[in-house]
Design a protein around this ligand. Structure first.
Ligand code: KMH
Ligand code: ZN
Length: 275
């Protein structure tokens, strides 16, 4: 099986002033997307910024971003409905109206550093149902083991997502969530036995857990998410130079594991995203 590589280039947490290589304008995002696709990424997980480089969920900017990424790349465009911890639920739900191929759907509340990333059950159900209506394929974001139990409950009660395939992303090493360790990844892998049989997963490790999580995911049959949303230090004392540097490293690891990157069309087939 090949490796699905998702790039998460921007996020909502780092400031451009602190991380100058962060893509924050539409031009920066599109050129990053093109280069990451050429290296082997097949999905882009998108957070956008406003003219002052602050995180935003502005509907017009989101639509413009989806259109520009579709025109310039073959990547699967996945918008974040997580936004920033300060974003209200209605703005997060409205992200879906921008017409992405995929969107994230976080499966529960988690302490997030000194903040709280709030995901009430009723809100999670609302996201799942709206994605079903609009034909947007979810990526279920799992910050803790119990989020997988919540996903099982969601699917049991409300049915399979658009596209019929279940794909989860393990976001590991957030201060307040599960640790970025092989043991935690294996525990999640075991818990996925209660989900549909063909469920797939990717994993990302925040900060220092980036490399251990990549290796654990590849060896457990999982896929990879990398990018400056999650990792801004490449190695001790070396800031990340670009998202491409992180994608290139992930591609190298995937090739070493004899699981080369999936093409965008193979990724669409795997995830149930229409061409
Ligand atoms: N920025 C975090 C609060 C997602 O994109 O869906 C949430 C997050 C998850 O990044
Ligand atoms: Zn995100």
């Amino acid at each position: 099986m090949g490796t699905l590589i998702t790039v998460a280039p921007t996020g909502a947490e780092s400031a451009k002033a602190d991380v100058p290589a962060l893509p924050v304008t539409l031009d920066e995002l599109v050129s990053t997307a093109k280069e990451c696709e050429a290296l082997g990424a097949s999905v882009i997980h998108v957070h956008i910024r406003d003219a002052e480089t602050r995180p935003t969920l502005d509907p017009g900017r989101l639509r413009e971003t989806v259109t520009a990424l579709r025109e310039s790349t073959g990547l699967i465009v996945q918008l974040s409905t997580g936004g920033a911890v300060t974003d209200p639920e209605d703005a997060r739900l409205a992200v879906l109206e921008a017409g992405p191929d995929m969107a994230s759907c976080t499966m529960g509340t988690v302490n997030f550093g000194d903040d709280v990333f709030l995901n009430r059950w009723e809100f999670v159900v609302g996201l799942h149902l709206r994605m079903q209506q609009l034909g947007v394929v979810p990526e279920y974001e799992i910050f803790d083991l119990g989020h997988l139990t919540a996903l099982q409950r969601l699917l049991d009660k409300w049915g399979l997502p658009a596209g019929g395939h279940v794909h989860v992303d393990l976001v590991m090493g957030v201060p307040g969530g599960m640790p970025g360790t092989t043991e935690a990844l294996v525990a999640c892998r075991q818990a996925m036995r209660d989900l549909p049989e063909d469920t797939t997963f990717s994993a990302t490790g925040i900060g220092r857990s980036t490399i251990p999580v990549m290796l654990a995911s590849l060896s457990a049959g999982g896929h990879l998410r990398v990018g400056m949303e999650d990792t801004v230090t490449y190695a001790k004392g070396r800031p990340v130079e670009s998202n491409m540097q992180l994608v290139a490293r992930a591609v190298g690891f995937a090739q070493l594991a004899q699981r080369p990157p999936l093409s965008t069309s193979e990724a669409r087939t795997l995830l149930g995203v229409p061409a």
